[in-house]
Design a protein around this ligand. Structure first.
Ligand SMILES: [Zn+2]
Length: 204
C-alpha cells in the first residue's frame, strides 16, 4: 500500500472512531493527515465521519488551498494547515464538535483552561507527572476564518506544550505524530473536559 493510500485508510479509520464516540455529530468536524511538507489530506466539507470513503477526502497545499482537486475544502482547513505549519511533529489532526468540548467552553468563553492533578494529563506526549499543569486556550469562535486563524496562529507560534486548543462553543482541535498519538490526545482532551464539566456541577 502506498503511503498516501495508507494515510487515506488512517483518516477513514479515525472517522469511524470519532463517530463511535459521537464526537462529530451532524457531519461536523474535520480530520486530516500530513502527506509531506507541501500537502495535507483532509475531509471535504459536510460528510458523515463514520462512513468516509476516498471520495470524501481531498488534498490541499500548505496554505489550505485545493491541490489537484476541484472539491470544496472545509472552511476550517486553514486551521489544519496552521497546525502542520507550526508543529513539525504533527502527523494527524482531529477536530471534534463534541458535547463536552462545546458545553464547557460556553462556561469559559475565553482565556485558558488549566488542568491540574489529573493522572490523565500524562496522556499528552512529553508530560510525565500530574503535577505538570496543562494549559489549553479557549479561543473565541468566529465565522471569519482569517480572524480566527490569527488567534490560532499566535497560540501555535508560542510552541504549546499541550497539543490542543478549544474554540468556544464550537469544539476541540488536537493533533499527534501518529494515529495512536492523535487519538490519545483527542480522547484525553474529551475526558478532561468532561471531568471539568462534572466537577463544576458538583462544586455548585
Ligand atoms: Zn469545527
Amino acid at each position: 500500500m502506498t503511503e498516501l493510500n495508507q494515510l487515506k485508510q488512517d483518516v477513514m479509520e479515525i472517522g469511524r472512531w470519532v463517530e463511535s464516540h459521537n464526537w462529530c455529530p451532524a457531519t461536523s468536524g474535520n480530520l486530516s493527515a500530513r502527506i509531506d511538507d507541501q500537502r495535507i489530506l483532509i475531509t471535504v466539507s459536510g460528510n458523515a465521519k463514520g462512513a468516509l470513503t476516498e471520495d470524501d477526502l481531498m488534498e490541499v497545499n500548505s496554505q489550505g488551498d485545493p491541490y489537484n482537486s476541484d472539491k470544496r475544502p472545509s472552511a476550517e482547513t486553514l486551521l489544519h494547515a496552521l497546525i502542520y505549519g507550526h508543529m513539525p511533529d504533527a502527523g494527524y489532526v482531529i477536530h471534534t464538535h463534541s458535547v463536552y468540548g462545546t458545553v464547557f467552553s460556553r462556561v469559559i468563553w475565553s482565556g485558558d483552561i488549566r488542568f491540574n492533578n489529573y493522572e490523565m494529563q500524562k496522556a499528552f506526549a512529553g508530560v510525565t507527572s500530574h503535577e505538570q499543569e496543562i494549559v489549553v486556550p479557549v479561543i473565541p469562535n468566529s465565522q471569519n476564518m482569517v480572524e480566527l486563524a490569527k488567534d490560532v496562529d499566535a497560540y501555535l507560534r508560542a510552541g504549546p506544550v499541550c497539543p490542543a486548543f478549544i474554540l468556544a462553543g464550537h469544539g476541540i482541535y488536537s493533533w499527534g505524530t501518529t494515529v495512536a498519538d492523535a487519538k490519545r490526545h483527542s480522547e484525553a482532551m474529551e475526558f478532561l473536559m468532561e471531568c471539568e464539566y462534572k466537577s463544576c456541577l458538583l462544586l455548585k
